[in-house]
Design a protein around this ligand. Structure first.
Ligand code: PMP
Length: 450
């Protein structure tokens, strides 16, 4: 019945998004943390459309806000004002430390990061951008140059002269210090600290200095350091304690700005703090938002200070749709739902529960190399065995991944070698959902390893 949809995908749509599973999954309905396929089969969604459906699919309150707005006003562009943009801007800024007082609206994470990078160059008069290994910041010409997953190779010069000054040959990444092996994964570290609490972070300031001294092209100066507070697409990678703090201090004292990419980690997902950067005791100069901000509605923003934003001058920043009435209505309802349903607290308690249950799987199965994350931003890394720490072969990984889907649970996949289960569900999942997810994962791991 749906063969025509698959035909369109094959013949008329991008090849960029290959089938996630061995065959394409055809989804046609959603409610909160649940999705249904075209055969009526129900799935627990533990990936939220790539960490985007923050408060739940088709949340009634968000739907209602959108419906009311649709019947009032769709679009004006920013040349006219309307009350919704005022209300939403004020509501959003209340969630930030007081120095942040400007919101620049955009439509996607890539676009928000583009704008932040551009602004950092304008404001500092410098050119070079430092981004980290295994980072994902977008697919626009600007951000492609700083998306550093080694599996994503571009054989075109990165457009508009953006510089990825973080050179993996010189800069070994936060894992390259004395205490931790040079590895893309906390799982594979030689030191045995809990992910995110590794004390080795203090040692890494030398590496950031190295970047500034050796990697910045001759005569270059740093405009910005851009970083996710937990790397998302990279596989829920947490930095050693103090790494970002040290890096931010060095970059800011060298006259550069710090951009915190909160596209995945924002809006309470990490549980303890509303924004991921707060877990690192840093005060960035710009924060970029997308995905969860709109629960699936295309919207994004750069949040910064007036002083920085003013360097744009008049009319130097414009886009047709940013901050449109529908986006602001949705964004506002999303913030209300997070408060009313205490979703940030839910991320903390259910996230901790999830992590603990996953750690039991790590202790039980030789192929579970690591479990890490914070709140509902979790990764489970599969390896051949705990000793060799080699990424699990793709066939076995896919067998397990496929089986979880067949049993009714959708996970994400990521990491440098595609061997990480990514768990970033709508923030409303319950402990019962966790039990179901763990049961399915355990059965699938058993099936592959028995
Ligand atoms: N930053 C991060 C951390 C992301 O995960 C993504 C998307 N995966 C982006 C930026 C880019 O967002 P978009 O796809 O909306 O352009």
């Amino acid at each position: 019945k749906y063969e025509h949809v698959l035909k369109t995908k094959r013949e008329n749509l991008t090849k960029g998004s290959p089938a996630y599973y061995r065959e394409h999954l055809l989804i046609h309905q959603g409610h909160k943390q649940w999705l249904w396929d075209t055969n009526g089969k129900r799935y627990l969604d533990l990936f939220a459309g790539i960490v985007t459906v923050s408060v739940g699919h088709c949340h009634p309150k968000v739907n209602q806000a959108l419906e009311e707005q649709i019947n009032k006003l769709w679009h004006t562009t920013s040349i006219y004002l309307y009350p919704g943009i005022h209300e939403y801007t004020q509501k959003l800024l209340k969630k930030f430390p007081s120095k942040f007082n400007v919101v620049l609206f955009a439509n996607s994470g890539s676009e928000a990061n583009d704008l932040a990078l551009y602004l950092s160059r304008l404001y500092t008069g410098n050119f070079d951008i430092i981004s980290l290994r295994n980072a994902y910041h977008g697919m626009s010409p600007y951000t492609m140059g700083i998306t550093n997953l080694s599996t994503w190779k571009y054989n075109i010069p990165t457009a508009f002269g953006i510089q990825t000054v973080m050179n993996p040959d010189v800069y070994r990444g936060p894992w390259g210090g004395k205490n931790c092996r040079d590895s893309p994964s906390q799982a594979l570290r030689d030191c045995n600290c809990e992910a995110g609490n590794c004390e080795a972070g203090d040692n890494y300031s030398n590496q950031v200095q190295d970047v500034l001294l050796h990697c910045v092209p001759k005569g270059g100066k740093v405009a910005a350091l851009i970083a996710e507070s937990i790397q998302g697409v990279g596989g829920a990678v947490q930095f050693p304690k103090n790494f970002l703090k040290q890096a931010a201090r060095i970059v800011q004292s060298a006259g550069g700005l710090v951009i915190s990419d909160e596209v995945q980690t924002g809006f309470g997902r990490t549980g303890s703090k509303y924004w991921g950067f707060e877990n690192h005791e840093i005060l960035p100069d710009m924060v970029t938002l997308a995905k969860g901000i709109g629960n699936g509605f295309p919207m994004a923003a750069v949040v910064t200070t007036k002083e920085i934003a003013d360097t744009l001058g008049q009319a130097a920043h414009f886009n047709t749709y940013g901050g449109n009435p529908m986006a602001c209505a949705v964004g506002s309802a999303v913030l209300d739902v997070i408060e009313e349903e205490k979703l940030q607290q839910n991320c903390e308690t259910v996230g901790n529960y999830f992590l603990n249950e996953l750690k039991k799987l790590r202790d039980e199965f030789e192929i579970v190399g690591d479990v890490r994350g914070k709140g509902l931003m979790i990764g489970l890394e599969l390896v051949e065995d705990k000793k060799s720490k080699k990424p699990l072969n793709a066939d076995s990984f896919l067998n397990i991944f496929e089986n979880t889907k067949n049993m009714g649970v959708l996970f994400g996949r990521g990491g440098l070698y595609g061997n990480v289960f990514r768990i970033k569900p709508p923030m409303c999942i319950t402990k019962d959902d966790v039990d179901f997810g763990i049961y399915v994962l355990k059965e699938s791991l058993h099936k592959e390893t028995k």
